[in-house]
Design a protein around this ligand. Structure first.
Ligand SMILES: [Zn+2]
Length: 60
């Protein structure tokens, strides 16, 4: 087993629904681009847009 000193970055995507104004945080997935349409809103029938992408660094 190889132990690396690389940091682990956990990235999150925050989706915002323009219809009901709710925010939803989920794990970042490849291909997420800011301010593009994301997925269907869990609370209404709106389509959420990606409002924020941020990362948390986990130190080993
Ligand atoms: Zn909604």
């Amino acid at each position: 087993m190889i132990f690396s000193k690389e940091k682990t970055i956990l990235a999150y995507t925050v989706e915002k629904c323009p219809k009901c104004k709710k925010f939803h945080k989920r794990d970042f997935s490849e291909g997420d681009i800011l301010f593009t349409n994301s997925s269907k809103c869990n609370f209404c029938d709106g389509i959420t847009t990606i409002d924020k992408i941020f990362g948390t660094v986990l130190k080993k």
